[in-house]
Design a protein around this ligand. Structure first.
Ligand code: F0G
Length: 507
């Protein structure tokens, strides 16, 4: 499918799916990566309302937090002190923080009000019931337990639903997800479509499961040796790429036939639903909220890092339909997180999460959220910067292999790029390549992912379009001196999830 980019300098970027169903064309059509000025296209009408060429965030700013600019010398010192790992920088040494979109969102006044209304009872807090109702209404799951964040839920699900030696097929690994699956004795098997591993493949649903791969995994050792399908929507490590409803329906059919449950990582499902609305036939007139509900209806349960889609700074939950499994989880949550009505969170956190869940599925919110990511991506594409396409939901993933073609993967090109960008500008991104992929637990060898990416994740409702312009300029400056980069040497490698704490020095 051909993709047509169009960016409105004064407004926001958008992409029209040329030849496929799409959102109404709000910005006129330009050629690929053609950064055009405003004013070319007349407003077009959708079914419901007059759409303008430009649109804006559906909120205004009520409180601000000053940012600190640093000198290159200060950044050099901070970077050396951090072992060239952006995770080890102090946030006060960072100017624009694109390390992650996790827990870095700005809450609304309604969410802050919910904090003040926290019911801090140990058991049966009112906020628990608010959260339960929000999860039921928005995601459609009857029962859930709160967890302190996503990995708390991953831990519980893995411990309760995986037997030692069972396979856990998934649409690409995620770091903490796979770690918990392996700790529970599971063996992760990647069943994502091949397109996901190719940064230039423009397939609109690069998060899709490859049905043939899934079928092969199931028939290899029999369905009883498969714990569940671990399905993420969107797929973080592939660049925030979505799964189509059609793919999920087919996966559902296959899994039902053989009795393998589907558990969904719903961390960025709202962003996934936006892409379905935009790109999949039959969904243009459905609300994002309806699409989220339908998507969940094809699964047997879900876990959530509410620090992403749900617009809070901390929180998560786990929901499964199977009553026996839920009983086990509701019992075990007490051991690791806290009582089943607070799961490691304060009552006020539960209240803010309940409110955030409802805000997250508002169409205007999600359109501006993904629109801002796209705006940055299209600025960069206009400068010829290599990055994962289509542009995903939560960030820009720079293609470090093509950025630094002279560096081998053992020289950690994506880690190098994150370090160089910080040094240039004080902007912090994150490595998503060989360091993040870790080692095979059996052979001890590096996993060598095809994707060697530096992620610039955009927090929700935090930065302005002008910040995005500054980021684009900084990446362009690093690209201009790309030939000088020499790569890094890993000098300290932690045993678990090494990317968080590893240290490096320049070669
Ligand atoms: N699943 C996905 C898809 C995630 O992106 C994350 C976290 C988790 C689960 C775990 O959730 O952090 O609340 O324990 N991703 C963060 C990131 C760390 O920066 O992408 P958590």
């Amino acid at each position: 499918m051909a993709v047509c980019y169009h960016t409105d300098r004064a407004g926001h970027a958008g992409r029209q799916w040329d030849g496929g169903p799409g959102m109404p064309n709000r910005q006129g059509t330009h050629g690929a990566a053609d950064i055009g000025g405003p004013g070319e296209a007349a407003p077009v009408t959708t079914g419901q309302q007059l759409e303008r060429r430009s649109w804006a965030e559906p909120w205004k700013i009520k409180m601000v937090e000053p940012l600190r600019m640093t000198t290159r010398e200060q950044r050099q010192e901070a970077l050396s002190g951090a072992g060239h790992n952006t995770f080890l920088l102090r946030s006060e040494d960072v100017y624009i923080d694109l390390l992650t979109d996790s827990g870095t969102n700005a809450m609304s006044d309604r969410q802050w009000a919910a904090l003040m209304m926290g019911d801090e009872a140990y058991a049966g807090s009112r906020n628990f019931y608010e959260l339960e109702a929000a999860v039921r209404e928005v995601y459609g799951f009857e029962r859930m337990v709160p967890t302190h964040q996503g990995r708390g839920a991953e831990h519980l699900l893995s411990q309760c639903a995986i037997k030692k030696g069972q396979l856990v097929p998934g649409n690409m690994y995620f770091t903490t997800t796979r770690e918990h699956q392996e700790r529970a004795g599971g063996i992760f098997v990647d069943v994502i479509c091949d397109a996901a591993h190719d940064p230039d493949n423009l397939d609109p649903f690069k998060g899709n499961v490859d049905l043939a791969k899934l079928e092969e995994v199931i028939s290899r050792q029999g369905p009883e040796q498969v714990a569940y399908l671990s399905l993420a929507a969107t797929v973080n490590m592939a660049g925030g790429q979505p799964v189509s409803m059609d793919n999920l329906r087919q996966v559902r059919e296959l899994c039902r036939r053989v009795g393998v449950p589907i558990y969904l990582d719903a961390t960025r499902l709202v962003e996934n639903a936006f892409f379905i609305k935009e790109r999949e036939a039959g969904y243009q007139d459905r609300s994002v909220a309806e699409i989220v509900r339908e998507f969940c209806s094809f699964t047997d349960g879900a876990w959530m890092s509410a620090k992403k889609d749900s617009l809070v700074n901390i929180g998560g939950w786990l929901a499964v339909n199977d009553e026996q499994l839920f009983e086990e989880i509701r019992n075990l949550v007490i051991v690791f997180e806290g009582l089943h009505t607070y799961g490691g969170l304060a009552g006020r956190d539960l209240g803010a999460m309940a409110q955030g869940i409802r805000e997250s599925v508002e169409d205007d919110h999600i359109r501006s959220r993904v629109g801002q990511v796209r705006y940055l991506g299209e600025l960069l594409l206009g400068q010829g910067i290599p990055l994962v396409q289509p542009i995903g939901g939560h960030g820009i993933f720079l293609d470090a292999r093509r950025f630094y073609p002279h560096l081998g993967q053992e020289q950690f090109p994506a880690q190098t790029l994150a370090a160089e960008l910080y040094l240039e500008s004080g902007i912090r991104g994150m490595e998503r390549g060989i360091v993040s992929a870790g080692r095979d637990p059996v052979t001890g060898e590096h996993h060598r992912p095809r994707l060697e990416l530096t992620r610039l994740a955009i927090p929700r409702r935090v930065y302005t379009q002008a910040h995005m312009d500054v980021v684009a300029e900084a990446v362009e400056a690093v690209y201009a001196r790309r030939g000088e980069a020499k790569g890094l040497l890993m000098t300290y490698e932690p045993r678990y999830l090494r990317f968080f704490q590893a240290r490096f020095q320049p070669i």
